[in-house]
Write a protein that binds this ligand. Structure first.
Ligand code: LLP
Length: 441
């Protein structure tokens, strides 16, 4: 390892985090030093910078300047109410995949007319609730789902606005677990079989068939898979129109990648140009469903070192966040850059460390052999790029309350999802009568 070449912490933050910077040697979210938040809220915690969130939203808006493209933020990336409200207030709609996300989107102030409902397994109860709420459209992924939705809408005496998600059999070139557009993936309707399903949708009285959806995967860093997928969508529009089927809307999904380590993310302008070139001339209303792009690099996981353990020649830095708070490294082998909150001295020597959580699993590892400056118990570290698919994928494993969410705006910060107490974690559980009385403290 060439230690002399290690980039400064300032440079790493500038390259990979939106709304965070070192101020007088201490990492701050906008104008708030993270040490101040750690002292007030206790670690581990997630911290989001409003300026970063809005900056990404605006960058995407600007890329589509002059074109009517509705951005429906994919709540699955981060469903915190304050995060969703931040985007809703800026004009975003919502892409939801459950009735739980529907309630959140509505509570955050997203107008129902800007909500699209994706997902391969919507229940009849979810369909009925979303219909009654008056959402913009259902992104239907199979014939059985179409028939069920038709029955639910018929019973409610209404018509369901529907786009059908096609599976274009395109490999997004991303991690296997987040590729969704290959024919072996469970998502969408095989594009070669799709015309029959569109014809059926057009014939159902309680279905208002309005368009086509596609989403081929997440963390895309090349344009080629988008070109292939959108090309198939355009082909499908022409085929269907040729059969007298009305197609007015296209939902082009999400997937824009971000920088976790040294990726070169797609420029929003190049993505916008590609959309214009592939489907721009079809006269359809366009929707996109970005999640990660809008939130990933505007959030960090702030954690405190519990202790440093040297064992068998390895340096284990044991922190108070665990795989229950951030599962991406364990689940996908994902890279999250780790930096100290207090900038190290210029001459500090960075040596390899294993940064691990306290959870009782060998897989509870955030990074292996990661160069870090000297760190000691009680030091604060951040894991970058933790705004997307991080807090939202937390669990209670090891009876650990998931890290709370904090949002910063200028000099202000607020806990936007608090940490549950141990009593609250137990509150949903009851002992059956045969096990005798409880003895809660
Ligand atoms: N639309 C649909 C239908 C989706 O399935 C997804 C993501 C999105 C939009 C948003 O995609 P994005 O713009 O965020 O790439 N947990 C994984 C990512 C799972 C993505 C699932 N679908 C991770 O941590 O990388």
């Amino acid at each position: 390892m060439n230690l002399a070449a290690a980039p400064s912490v300032e440079a790493r933050i500038a390259a990979g985090a939106h709304g965070f910077s070192y101020r007088s040697g201490v990492l701050a979210a906008e104008e708030v030093p993270l040490a101040e938040i750690a002292a007030a809220v206790a670690t581990p915690l997630y911290c989001y910078a409003t300026a970063g969130l809005l900056g990404q939203y605006q960058a995407l808006r600007d890329a589509f300047a002059g074109r009517a493209v509705q951005i429906c933020y994919a709540l699955k990336a981060n469903d915190n109410l304050a995060v969703v409200r931040t985007f809703a207030a800026a004009g975003a709609g919502a892409d939801i995949v459950s009735v739980g996300e529907l309630h959140r989107a509505l509570a955050a102030g997203v107008p129902p007319g800007r909500i699209v409902f994706s997902g391969v397994g919507k229940t009849t109860a979810e369909m009925a609730t979303a219909l009654a709420a008056g959402i913009h459209q259902f992104n239907v992924e199979s014939l059985p789902e179409l028939e069920t939705l038709a029955a639910v809408a018929g019973a409610a005496g209404t018509r369901a606005p529907v786009v059908i998600r096609i599976n274009p059999d395109v490999d997004a070139g991303t991690h296997d677990k987040i590729a969704t557009g290959r024919k072996q993936d469970k998502f969408g309707v095989d594009w070669t079989a799709a015309p029959a399903i569109f014809a059926r949708a057009a014939a159902l009285a309680s279905i208002d068939l309005v368009g086509i959806a596609v989403h081929i995967g997440s963390q895309l860093t090349s344009l080629a898979p988008y070109t292939a997928a959108f090309g198939r969508v355009a082909e499908m529009v022409r085929t269907l129109r040729g059969q007298g089927i009305r197609i007015d809307r296209l939902d082009l999904g999400g997937g824009l990648g971000v920088r976790y380590s040294d990726e070169t993310p797609l420029a929003p302008a190049a993505y916008a140009r590609l959309i214009a070139a592939t489907v721009g001339e079809l006269g359809c209303a366009l929707t996109i469903e970005p999640g990660r792009f809008l939130v990933a690099n505007s959030g960090v996981l702030l954690t405190r070192v519990i202790l440093v353990k040297e064992s068998a020649g390895r340096r284990f830095v044991i922190v108070d966040a665990g795989m229950n708070d951030l599962i991406r490294p364990a689940l996908y082998g994902a890279h999250h850059t780790i930096l100290p909150v207090v900038a190290p001295r210029q001459d500090a020597v960075w040596t390899p460390a294993d940064v691990v959580g306290p959870v009782c699993e060998s897989g509870d590892i955030f990074a292996r052999d990661r160069p870090l400056p000297p760190v000691a118990a009680d030091d604060l570290l951040v894991l970058l790029s933790a705004g997307a698919y991080s807090s939202v994928m937390a669990s209670r494993y090891n009876s650990r309350p998931p890290a709370p969410d904090v949002q910063v705006h200028g000099r202000a910060f607020a806990v936007t999802r608090r940490r549950l107490s141990h009593a609250e974690m137990l509150a949903a559980e009851t002992l059956p009568p045969w096990l005798g009385p409880e003895s809660r403290p």
